[in-house]
Design a protein around this ligand. Structure first.
Ligand SMILES: [Zn+2]
Length: 127
């Protein structure tokens, strides 16, 4: 984990390493509040400011992505930094990654624009 942080220009402080171990070892979607809740239960607690600062640092260096979902009313952090869409499973209260090849978006009607990025969050449940 230390090398991963240092490769991105971040000093591997104990706090950064602890949060990196929590959010980067397995693919996950989470809010800063999720991590604040977890960090508050640690033996060596991390302050909310520390959690927010470190998450934002991770986004700035490309270790995490973040997006604000107006549908969910919150900012989501994502350890998958590849291009992908999202499906929010309303029954499971869980965000799933969706391969962009599974979704067709027709932007041909947007004359005069070059689309650089498309972000989609769908809501649904299993049939
Ligand atoms: Zn995702």
């Amino acid at each position: 984990m230390n090398q991963l942080l240092e490769k991105r220009g971040l000093r591997a402080t104990p706090h950064r390493v602890r949060i990196a171990q929590k959010v980067l070892q397995e693919h996950c979607h989470f809010t800063a509040e999720d991590i604040c809740g977890w960090a508050g239960g640690l033996k060596k607690r991390l302050s909310r400011a520390t959690v927010y600062n470190i998450l934002n640092e991770f986004v700035a260096v490309g270790l995490l992505k973040s997006f604000y979902s107006s549908a969910l009313g919150k900012t989501i952090y994502d350890s998958n930094t590849e291009n992908h869409f999202h499906l929010y499973d309303t029954d499971k209260d869980q965000i799933l990654d969706v391969d962009p090849s599974l979704v067709t978006v027709n932007t041909s009607g947007l004359k005069g624009y070059r689309i650089d990025q498309i972000e989609i969050l769908m809501k649904g449940r299993r049939r």
